[in-house]
Design a protein around this ligand. Structure first.
Ligand SMILES: [Zn+2]
Ligand SMILES: [Zn+2]
Length: 179
């Protein structure tokens, strides 16, 4: 599996590199970071951006085991949901995560930064899971559990549960890691 993390617009590259470093310790994938991509979709739609518009700007995975997850500061929505922490288009092998609602509003800066990093890691892994056709998991400690609030995000671990790991191992892209 090759996962590329792409900072969008003003998202700081060092944060994205930290997310990549943390995820490398969790999943046996090749995880790279890319140069930033300028989308500049914010400002339309009452300050929110349709996550699907962002996903269409990301490079499409040329193979089934090549994924890209963009990380944006913009507040994302999709029709039918007031906001989303992230969204995925499995058919394009792309996902996007928003940092907008992952920030803590109180606490010392170091603690806030740590919480943001941990939440970003969980949401990136969650969207990567969707790109790999995983569905939401009932296990509230599993990274594929649906986050309705930050409480849900904080309650889950930055890891797939045993059931989701089995589902992942059955997918065609895991059959041949050398591709
Ligand atoms: Zn989800
Ligand atoms: Zn699970």
């Amino acid at each position: 599996m090759r996962l590329t993390l792409m900072p969008l617009d003003s998202v700081p590259a060092p944060l994205v590199k930290k997310v990549a470093a943390r995820l490398r310790r969790i999943v046996p994938w090749t995880i790279k970071t890319s140069p930033p991509l300028t989308c500049q979709l914010g400002g339309k739609q009452q300050g929110q951006v349709d996550a699907r518009e962002v996903l269409l700007l990301l490079p499409e995975g040329e193979r089934h085991n090549v994924l890209t997850v963009g990380i944006t500061d913009d507040d994302l929505m999709v029709p039918g949901l007031d906001f989303v922490y992230g969204h995925a288009m499995p058919e394009r092998r792309t996902g996007v995560v928003s940092l907008h609602r992952l920030q803590s509003v109180s606490g010392p800066p170091a603690a806030r930064q740590k919480a943001l990093l941990e939440r970003a890691c969980k949401e990136v892994l969650h969207e990567a899971g969707h790109v790999l056709d995983l569905v939401h998991c009932q296990d509230f400690t599993c990274v594929m559990h649906y986050s309705q609030t930050l409480h849900d995000t904080d309650a889950k671990r930055c890891a797939f549960c045993p059931k989701c790991l089995i589902d992942l191992s059955r997918m065609p892209e895991n059959a041949d890691r050398s591709r």
